[in-house]
Design a protein around this ligand. Structure first.
Ligand code: 6GU
Length: 241
């Protein structure tokens, strides 16, 4: 069964890139099925209102619960015998990392993304739907975007490329950054000299043992310098092995 993604948003056009490149290929090859919905289709007033002022006062607007309730009721019950995981992208969620992407790619066959805008979605929508479905609030990292749409693009690309049958070269998945807990080693191609910058000798040596050792050292040095937080975790994991 292909992975089914439903995305509910007030900006369906933001999700146009889901048709392109890697994700487009996954769709064409039948590994992925994507359905984008306009939240305003579940409003009933003339202005198709999705937001209102916050109880208790404060800045900005809050997304009304009723359209979300009707949209998620309809979408989440649209596939008889199947239960989706609802994913709400937001800066207040758990951080989405490679482990999250792997888990979702492996364990889920249907994700419903609920993209909030403004100051957020009325809290009762979370109460209601987390009592009926598995629900995750997921953040890309510690910064604030205007809405969940860009996060859905990032998350779906990270998930889709892990689907069985997606990447031509399985080895390229195993070696890349964040698999194995270290950043990637630097890569080079022809020419051997370029603007006075030389490809490291060892890579021209043909000595596979030395090349592997050099690449591992490069990963350690890079991770130490750029991501000391990952280095600490790597040391803990590799010393417990
Ligand atoms: Cl998932 N949503 C929004 N609005 N901002 C974010 C984010 C998500 N992740 C980081 N910042």
């Amino acid at each position: 069964m292909p992975l089914r993604l439903d995305v509910v948003t007030i900006f369906p056009d933001y999700l146009a890139p889901l048709e392109l490149s890697l994700l487009g290929r996954a769709r064409r090859e039948g590994l992925l099925e994507v359905h984008v919905h306009d939240l305003r289709d579940w409003t009933h007033d003339r202005h198709r209102t999705v937001d209102d002022t916050p109880y208790g006062g404060g800045a900005g607007m809050v997304m009304r619960p009723e359209p979300w309730g009707e949209a998620l009721d309809e979408i989440c019950s649209s596939q008889p015998g199947r239960t989706p995981r609802i994913v709400v992208p937001g800066p207040g969620g758990e951080v989405f990392d490679q482990a999250t992407a792997s888990r979702l790619a492996e364990q889920e066959d249907w994700l419903v993304f609920a993209c909030g805008r403004y100051e957020g979605i009325d809290e009762r929508v979370y109460e209601e739907f987390s009592s009926r479905y598995p629900l995750s609030v997921l953040s890309l990292g510690d910064y604030v975007l205007n809405g969940g749409e860009v996060a859905v693009l990032a998350m779906t690309e990270a998930i889709a490329r892990l689907l069985p049958g997606m990447v031509g070269n399985e080895a390229s998945l195993a070696e890349e950054s964040h698999t194995g807990g270290l950043l990637e080693y630097p890569v080079y191609t022809k020419p051997a000299g370029w603007r006075g910058h030389e490809v490291p000798e060892v890579l021209l040596s043909g000595h596979h043992g030395r090349i592997e050792a050099w690449r591992h050292e490069q990963r350690l040095a890079r991770t130490e310098q750029r991501r000391p937080d990952l280095m600490e975790r790597y040391r803990t994991i590799s010393s417990s092995e």
